[in-house]
Design a protein around this ligand. Structure first.
Ligand code: SF4
Ligand code: SF4
Length: 429
């Protein structure tokens, strides 16, 4: 059993939340979108349209019968011009539906607010919306909400990665939707209470939500310190006074579920409009960016089209990340499309050299690990291919936070090795 009992592990990072006060800019739909069929944790979807079909905005174009999945909708109106293979922003090679926009953004005429009057119709509506965790995880939301015997809903407003401010903007622009979404979830799932967990570096957001929650007995605010990775689910729940989510346990096993703040806010929007998840907000920032910002972007827009719209010269970028600098994926192609769970594009001119040297046994990687793992030992066990040792070292509990690599003076790729070790262990099983 691991625990977080010592004073907080993790690392202090420079927050660089430069875009937090910048109003979200609406990016018009591009001429072409490529909509990936794998935009969530779980089974990829199968296309429901063929080349040559006309589609509307919000029309369902792909779905799966698997329990852990979410349908996918067109983000533009136009014509399907192809179904291609594409390396996604999540690093997975998947099929994608290519749609040429007609420039009209005509909504699907069948779109209407869903009729919701009990838990079953609520969960069906959330599934039909195509909603997945918008904080980056991409877990289908209706599956999370179907859990039984939950006593606390935690709302994640940690946003602990540097640069990213999209959740912070959600509070500034749609605070009432956040509260409406929380109350709706509590009403239809029977969860008795919700706790909004906010990192201390967002005092204005905390104040706005505190005022809105002042008269709501079932919703409270918990402010936690701002040290990375407080937004990781296990860390967040524990820091907010919830249970320790130990080996082999899911949050729901211990009576809690966690939703990102933009995810719960979207539930209110969907129930009001019936428009499925076809756009999302993402932060564009980085060391080379003079004017960072947040942009509302059609799902399937290419990273390159967004950078052009944001006025960023991509030839100046040496590294482009989808997601944060600690947990994001490095993009190798500007044509990579934005997914439902892509919360940022981070453009870096400079990045740390990873010329690794031998381990000096300083123990920093162990001291910073929020799960109390032993990354240096995991690396050695992986290099030996020692599956039994990897199991004994609990590598499957690694949350990919990257703190070990960040802290290592020998610049060893510990976090990356952990991912490879997890795969090795999974395949051995
Ligand atoms: S990446 Fe894994 S091993 Fe490294 S600090 Fe994070 S949880 Fe610990
Ligand atoms: S932080 Fe790096 S050098 Fe220090 S013990 Fe861990 S792997 Fe070795």
């Amino acid at each position: 059993m691991f625990n977080f009992s010592e004073r907080m592990r993790g690392v202090h990072l420079d927050h660089r939340k430069r875009s937090r006060m910048n109003q979200t800019v609406f990016m018009p739909s591009p001429a072409t979108v490529e909509i990936s069929l794998s935009q969530h944790i779980g089974a990829p979807c199968e296309p429901l349209v063929a080349v040559g079909d006309s589609v509307f905005v919000g029309q369902k174009i792909a779905d799966s019968s698997a329990f852990i999945s979410a349908p996918i909708h067109s983000s533009v109106s136009g014509r399907v011009s192809g179904i291609t293979e594409r390396l996604g922003a999540n690093g997975r090679m998947t099929r994608a539906i290519v749609i040429e926009s007609d420039g009209l953004d005509t909504p699907d005429p069948s779109i209407a607010p869903p009729k919701v009057n009990d838990q079953a119709s609520f969960l069906e509506a959330v599934r039909n919306s195509g909603l997945v965790g918008l904080g980056g995880a991409g877990f289908p939301t209706h599956v999370k909400l179907a859990a039984k015997n939950i006593n606390t809903l935690y709302i994640n407003l940690a946003e602990c990665e540097p640069y990213i401010t999209t959740d912070n903007r959600e509070v500034f622009e749609f605070a009432t939707d956040i509260i409406d979404g929380i109350r709706t979830v509590l009403k239809y799932t029977g969860i008795p209470k919700a706790v909004i967990v906010i990192e201390r570096n967002k005092p204005i957001a905390a104040q706005i939500l505190s005022e809105l929650c002042a008269d709501i007995e079932t919703v409270s605010i918990k402010v936690i310190g701002s040290r990375y990775p407080k937004g990781a689910e296990k860390v967040l729940v524990y820091e907010a006074g919830g249970p320790l989510i130990g080996r082999g346990k899911l949050p729901a096993d211990l009576g809690v579920i966690i939703l990102n703040v933009s995810t719960v806010s979207y539930i209110a929007k969907y129930l009001r409009t019936g428009m499925p998840l076809v756009r999302r907000r993402l932060t564009v920032d980085g060391d080379k960016i003079k004017n960072p910002g947040n942009f509302s972007v059609a799902v399937g827009t290419s990273a390159g089209a967004l950078l052009d719209f944001a006025g960023i010269d991509s030839s100046q970028i040496n590294m482009l990340l989808a997601g944060g600098v600690m947990m994001g994926s490095c993009l190798i192609d500007l044509d990579t499309p934005i997914l439902k769970n892509t919360n940022a594009l981070i453009c870096l001119e400079r990045y740390a050299s990873r010329n690794k040297t031998p381990c000096i046994k300083c123990g920093r990687c162990i001291r910073v690990c929020p799960i109390k793992l032993m990354p240096a030992a995991i690396e050695k066990a992986y290099d030996r291919g020692d599956v039994q040792e990897l199991k004994a070292l609990d590598v499957d509990l690694c949350i990919n936070c990257g703190c070990c690599s960040y802290s290592c003076p020998a610049k060893r790729d510990l976090s990356h090795k952990n991912q490879l070790a997890k795969e090795l262990l999974k395949n051995a099983k």
